[in-house]
Design a protein around this ligand. Structure first.
Ligand code: FRU
Length: 477
């Protein structure tokens, strides 16, 4: 399995959720759920990587290691300027006796070494699925405070707490349950976003990850959702009580935002995996990859506030500097030769071409099909073939990504080895999938129902030079 080039993967061993995302001291810090000792889930600890630009990552020594009787589950980091340059981490202590509670650690050296709090755990309800603390800032100009979101995962509830000093926490409110039963709720976040760019008309968007549980769990596995609403510093009130799909692929989970991102932007990273088959994904010596970062926005689409997820600036920059080619698709498929690490933008007018079919194939006996039939208002994304079937019976998949058929369409495909992310237009929809196209080049065949033109911009992402190849970073401190 080729290692991704412009996505973070650990040098070795298992990784799941992003944790402790924070921008601090000019660096983007990414901590992550990590087994430092093996390629399966276990010994959960916080691994650590940093990036100056969200594209090139350097891995550092484990930041918070599991210890006897306690694993370090997901959580967050905030940068507080009050009282010095301190980073504070909140994570779930998952004790061997089965109970889960929230703990705290601080770093005085910019996030490289951490001291746990002697008072840990600092929030303990004596329950077994109380986890994933995400601390956010709330400032209405009168009562600035920190708000912590956690889940009681089995109850499908988000619990909100407030603090002014990051030490003492007071329960504010509880949100949920809502939506389908038969899942646990995990990794909540709450993000303030201006609607249609109007800072005076902001909404709060709750991000949630859900994972099927029980005797007959949904074979589609893990997925992410969002709820748009209002938050007054105490309670989150949804505009409509429904969970909306956040990513339309099979491999996007546990995404949360960075604290203190420049310009107050809401930047997320997610885990490109699915609990249904993550343990079976054949990559080595690493297992688990992060998504591209995304910049969140909120735009009115068909009368309702809709989450926008735009690819990061470096992706846009690469594409604007590349030349577009027009590919005439006449009576047989047009073939494009691509490397396996490439950004491809496609533009076409469904009114002229009718159905567009793009098939990706590489060295492995597997394929990815993207089919846009204008009348369906969606793009069907299928991954299949013997190599996909061999991963896990539930790995082959077909999902639908909203894509209107009545106007010129634009798609961005980011393919980085086994990671395929599809963005519609400016980020009106996104779909992330692990794919098995094999090592080496990939051929894209474009076929249209009627003769027409597809505008293609393709940018290869070069292999990192030795200077920034993923190699062990020197231990710090
Ligand atoms: C989500 C999750 C979290 C938990 C962590 C454990 O993928 O199950 O709820 O904290 O992973 O690794």
């Amino acid at each position: 399995m080729p290692r991704p080039r412009f996505h973070f993967t650990p040098r070795r061993h298992w990784m799941n959720d992003p944790n402790g995302l924070v921008h601090h001291g000019g660096l983007w810090h990414l901590y992550f759920q990590h087994n430092p000792e093996g390629s399966d889930w276990g010994n959960m600890s916080w691994g650590h990587a940093t990036s100056p630009d969200l594209e090139h990552w350097t891995e550092h020594p484990v930041a918070l290691a599991h210890r006897t009787g306690e694993q370090i589950f997901s959580g967050s980091v905030v940068a507080s300027r009050a009282g010095g340059d301190v980073l504070t981490a909140f994570y779930t202590s998952a004790y061997d006796d089965g109970h889960q509670a929230q703990s705290r650690a601080t770093s005085l050296d910019g996030g490289f070494t951490w001291k746990t709090d002697p008072a840990d755990p600092i929030l303990d309800r004596g329950t077994t699925a109380f986890r994933d603390p995400k601390v956010i800032r709330y400032d209405d100009g009168r009562h600035p405070r920190w708000v912590m979101l956690t889940v009681e995962a089995d109850d499908r509830q988000v619990l909100l707490y407030a603090s002014t000093d990051l030490v003492t926490w007071e329960h504010l409110s509880t949100f949920g349950p809502l939506g389908a039963a038969g899942v646990v709720w995990e990794c909540p976040d709450l993000v303030r976003l201006p609607l249609d760019g109007d800072g005076d008309d902001a909404r709060w968007v709750l991000l949630l990850s859900t994972n099927p549980v029980g005797d007959d769990p949904d074979p589609a596995g893990s997925s992410m959702h969002y709820v748009v609403g209002h938050f007054d510093g105490t309670a989150f009130v949804p505009d409509t009580p429904e969970l909306r799909r956040l990513d339309h692929g099979r491999d996007y989970y546990a995404a949360v935002t960075f604290d203190d991102a420049p310009g107050g932007e809401a930047v997320t990273i997610g885990w490109m995996g699915n609990w249904r088959y993550a343990h079976a994904f054949p990559s080595d010596p690493w297992r688990g990859a992060m998504s591209l970062p995304r910049v969140l926005g909120l735009r009115t689409v068909q009368g309702r506030p809709t989450l926008m997820q735009a690819p990061p600036a470096f992706v846009r920059e690469r594409l604007t500097h590349a030349a577009a080619t027009s590919v005439a698709v006449v009576d047989r498929p047009a073939e494009l030769s691509l490397t396996g690490h490439v950004l491809v933008e496609l533009g076409w007018d469904p009114a002229t071409t009718g159905t567009l079919r793009v098939r990706l194939r590489g060295a492995a006996d597997a394929f990815v099909d993207l089919v846009h039939a204008p009348g369906t208002g969606s793009l069907r994304l299928t991954r299949g073939g013997p190599a996909a079937e061999a991963v896990h019976p539930d790995f082959p998949s077909t999902t639908a990504v909203p894509l209107p058929g009545d106007r010129p369409a634009r798609l961005l495909l980011s393919l980085d080895g086994p990671l395929l992310e599809v963005f519609v237009g400016d980020g009106e929809a996104a779909a992330s999938n692990l794919v098995l196209l094999g090592a080496g080049g990939v051929t894209a065949s474009l076929e249209t129902a009627r003769p027409g033109t597809v505008h293609v911009t393709a940018v290869d992402i070069e292999a990192p030079s030795d200077a920034d190849a993923p190699e062990p970073a020197a231990a710090l401190g």
